[in-house]
Ligand binder design. Structure first.
Ligand code: PAF
Length: 284
């Protein structure tokens, strides 16, 4: 497995692959890889001739007071995980390599980036869209793989890819969970033992929401209230939002109909966890 930290070198290396007719699968990450990331690499390896993983803790997507400086890092372990999963190449640029001095261009996605995470973290999705657009431009993949845990992120990236006519297929892979239902996240490492014990409450709240939708409830506020109630049963949990919304627009503007996404953001001390689940309304 190769590692490259330089944009020009990566471009010329991948131009050779494209010239030889090889397809490139791309897995963008911020490192501290877990089994969820490995499932994305597995999916890329299964469908492409060459798999590129990027490891870059993107400062643009962290707001003031967020965890940029404490974001967990373990490059050696990450490289071993990429090699084990049979990735071909890991791109590990520095901040100055990704963001040359004087850079003033950013990518802002409207609509789907505004609610939910967009309310709690107003600069987050411009940071994500900017780095993903740059990475797509540098890597030139046919397919790019994202975890469904960040459902709104996948929705924003799909919107951006369509709006900018980027020739990349955006593939969302299922959430990987611990045995007790906690969604895998690099940020789970911030949880104290007691917070970790209580954290599966997010999954229980989502299951309670799904039960209501499947019982025919279409009023989003009833579903949101029930998910919030379940979250409140964990003494250390502080709810940021509980949302039951149409899966595509992410904004409820009347009774729910068709594909629904339930989304949660919950703080446990210094850790902010997000999770989500999909379901369908019962059509009458
Ligand atoms: O999901 C992540 O890890 C990041 O938001 C991403 C897509 C790698 C962009 O920095």
């Amino acid at each position: 497995m190769e590692t490259i930290d330089n944009v020009a070198e990566l471009r010329s290396r991948l131009a050779v692959e494209r010239g030889a007719g090889n397809t490139i699968g791309f897995v963008p990450t911020m490192g501290y890889l877990h089994a969820g990331h490995v499932s994305l690499i597995d999916a890329a390896v299964a469908s492409n001739d060459l798999t590129v993983v990027s490891i870059f803790v993107n400062p643009l997507q962290f707001g003031a007071g967020e965890d940029l400086d404490s974001y967990p890092v373990d490059i050696e372990r990450d490289l071993a995980a990429c090699a084990d999963a049979r990735a071909d190449l890991v791109f590990m640029p520095s901040v100055s390599e990704m963001y040359p001095p004087g850079m003033t261009t950013t990518v802002t996605v409207g609509g789907v980036s505004k609610p939910l995470e967009g309310q709690s973290r107003p600069t987050h999705f411009a940071g994500v869209a900017t780095v993903v657009a740059k990475l797509f431009s540098i890597v030139g993949p046919c397919r790019a793989y994202f975890g469904a845990k960040d459902w709104q992120q996948v929705t924003v990236v799909r919107r951006m890819t369509a709006d900018l006519s980027l020739p990349v297929e955006v593939i969302s892979c299922p959430i990987v969970r611990e045995a007790d239902g906690l969604a895998l996240s690099s940020r789970n490492v911030y949880l104290s033992p007691e917070e970790r014990r209580q954290a599966p409450v997010l999954r229980r709240a989502l299951l309670a929401g799904i039960e209501l939708v499947e019982a025919g409830v279409t009023d989003h506020s009833v579903i949101e209230t029930e998910m919030a109630r379940v979250i409140s049963t964990a003494p250390l949990a502080q709810l940021d939002y509980a949302a039951a919304v149409p899966a595509d627009s992410l904004v409820a503007d009347g009774p729910l109909r068709g594909e629904v996404r339930l989304l949660l953001a919950v703080r446990f001390g210094g850790a902010r966890l997000i999770d989500n689940a999909g379901c369908r309304t019962v059509e009458s």
